[in-house]
Design a protein around this ligand. Structure first.
Ligand code: FEO
Length: 169
């Protein structure tokens, strides 16, 4: 059985993952609006991944005999000053999510909740990849700067990203 404090924290994290999906879907719309279909594809997969993160937490809460309580999801921004600003927000957001996951782990340990700690270790590992992916994209965008040929090539590269549900298996 989950302690109330752990349940509350997991519900909060579930809401953060939902907002992440919302934010990245909004970025899909932004990139579509500036005709960068490869960036839009990259963000769409990012949004899909966030839905799986939410689902993983939802299932875990149910498995522990508790009920996931969904919270209000804030409206994300829908436009950015530049491609770089949008990708920078992605990286900063992932760093914030990593901190939030770390706080969940800290609480699970404090409450002596080993199953929750074990489940959360998947997210700890995932966040290393999430930050690295966003940072890699940000560095490439910064390297390209105002070079439209470079942006065109990167957009092509990003169109090849495919969705894999990493929460399974
Ligand atoms: Fe679910 Fe991108 O963190």
């Amino acid at each position: 059985m989950l302690k109330q404090a752990v349940l509350d924290k997991l519900n909060d994290q579930l809401a953060k993952e939902a907002y992440s999906a919302y934010l990245y879907y909004s970025m899909v719309g932004y990139f579509e609006s500036v005709n960068l279909k490869g960036f839009a594809n990259w963000m769409l997969i990012q949004a899909q991944e966030e839905m799986t993160h939410m689902h993983k937490l939802f299932n875990y809460i149910n498995d522990r005999g508790a009920q996931a309580v969904l919270q209000q999801v804030a409206q994300p921004p829908h436009t950015w000053d530049s491609v770089e600003a949008c990708v920078a927000e992605t990286y900063e957001h992932e760093c914030m999510i990593s901190e939030a996951i770390n706080e969940c782990v800290t609480l699970a340990i404090k409450e002596n909740d080993h199953p929750t700690n074990t489940m959360l270790q998947w997210f700890v590992t995932e966040q290393v990849e999430e930050e690295a992916n966003a940072d890699d994209l940000l560095q490439k965008v910064r390297m390209i700067g105002d070079n439209s040929s470079g942006l065109y090539l990167l957009d092509n590269e990003l169109s090849r990203r495919t969705f894999v549900n990493e929460t399974e298996g």
